[in-house]
Design a protein around this ligand. Structure first.
Ligand code: SF4
Length: 373
């Protein structure tokens, strides 16, 4: 059987109590399989921490798993050893799945250790092929070809990341509501260096001011982060609450200064931003359904813009950004977006159905990426 792996897959190990943002908190969705439920319910110590109706581990008021101790270690592992872990806990953040006859291995961006590895990994992020080569089915499936084109564009460093991303968004939109022959023509057109160069040059002529970018971002934050449940989960919500939920008159001079500081800080994490995007696309596009492809690209835009804007707000609040804060913020948005643990997916569907966000709005957000990173 053929296998394709994100290059850092085999190097990953969980840093457990050294982790700044344990995966045993803020999800409340560690689902259990029937045979795991059976084993756990036979052991009274474990059974009391199981939500039998929902078939998952109970989480406490502070949104931590019942079995997570104060040192960041799992009480079940300490008492029974690693074999006691359920499938989700023992595999996270590893994602292994079959895609058109090829076994694919990747890592979720919701883990700070993965983000650290993506920051230190090469660009373009390599994928390792093992086994007999790709199946015909894999090579010829339209979703695999679209995914490859998107990853190639993401890794084309001749253009700034925000331009690559908006170009991809335009490409995906051009595929919508087309029959297969028309889609192939669109793919041919967008899979060309000259076309990227020509189209993205026009992006420079469109001026967007920072206030407009802020307005769009605040609107989206309020749309996604507006329930009390979400607020409890968001570790840096105080910054969002302080600046996004009311009319704040930002000081434009201070904005410029803080953006410069943020840009200087993020310059060391350029590889991480590109690699996060590549990882989202590799993981997300496993179907030729148009809404899956479009939602993956939007998830990529949202993960980056929401994370970077949260970092900007921390700077604006005169706080120092530690590396852990930065990883935690990207992890948090990756978790809610990739795993749909809160109502992000619902929000996204509503946004798409109601046309709340237009193509122009996504251009504004992408341009915001240029300013924020
Ligand atoms: S988030 Fe990653 S590093 Fe942290 S505890 Fe979970 S798997 Fe380990």
């Amino acid at each position: 059987m053929s296998e394709i792996k994100i290059s850092i897959f085999d190097e990953f190990f969980c840093i457990a109590d050294k982790c700044s943002y344990s995966c045993c908190r803020d999800w409340n969705k560690i689902g259990l399989l029937d045979d795991e439920m059976k084993i756990y319910l036979e052991e009274p110590y474990i059974a009391k921490g199981i939500d039998v109706t929902e078939k998952k581990f109970k989480f406490k008021e502070d949104n931590r798993c019942t079995f997570l101790n104060n040192s960041g270690l799992c009480k079940l592992v300490l008492k029974y050893g690693g074999d006691i872990l359920c499938h989700t806990c023992s595999t996270y953040p590893r994602i292994i799945r079959m895609n058109h006859g090829v076994k694919e291995f990747t890592l979720g961006n919701g883990c700070p250790k993965v983000l650290d590895m993506l920051a230190k990994a090469d660009v373009p992020l390599p994928f390792l092929l093992e086994g007999e080569g790709f199946t015909e089915e894999y090579l010829n499936s339209i979703d695999t070809v679209i995914r490859d084109i998107i990853i190639d564009i993401l890794q084309c460093r001749d253009f700034p990341l925000w331009k690559r991303i908006y170009f991809i968004y335009s490409f995906v939109n051009a595929l919508i509501n087309k029959i297969e022959d028309e889609q192939l023509a669109v793919m041919g057109e967008y899979n060309s260096y000259d076309y990227i160069a020509r189209l993205t040059k026009n992006y420079d002529t469109i001026e967007i001011d920072f206030e407009t970018i802020i307005k769009k971002l605040h609107y989206f934050f309020n749309y996604v982060n507006n329930s009390e449940e979400n607020k409890k989960r968001m570790p840096y919500i105080k910054y969002i609450d302080k600046y996004c939920n009311k009319e704040i008159n930002f000081d434009m001079k201070k904005i410029e200064l803080k953006l410069t500081e943020l840009n200087e800080y993020m310059a060391d994490y350029e590889n991480m931003l590109e690699n996060i995007c590549v990882n989202i696309v590799f993981r997300g596009i496993t179907s030729s359904k148009q809404e899956v492809i479009l939602n993956t690209v939007i998830a990529m835009i949202m993960t980056l813009t929401m994370s970077l804007y949260t970092l900007f707000l921390i700077k604006y609040d005169e706080k120092i950004i530690e590396e852990n804060d930065m990883y935690n913020i990207f992890s948090y948005y990756s978790r809610i977006i990739e795993n749909n643990t809160i109502n992000y997916k619902e929000s996204l569907d509503r946004i798409m159905e109601n046309g709340i966000f237009s193509k122009g709005d996504f251009f504004i957000l992408c341009k915001g990426l240029d300013i924020l990173s």
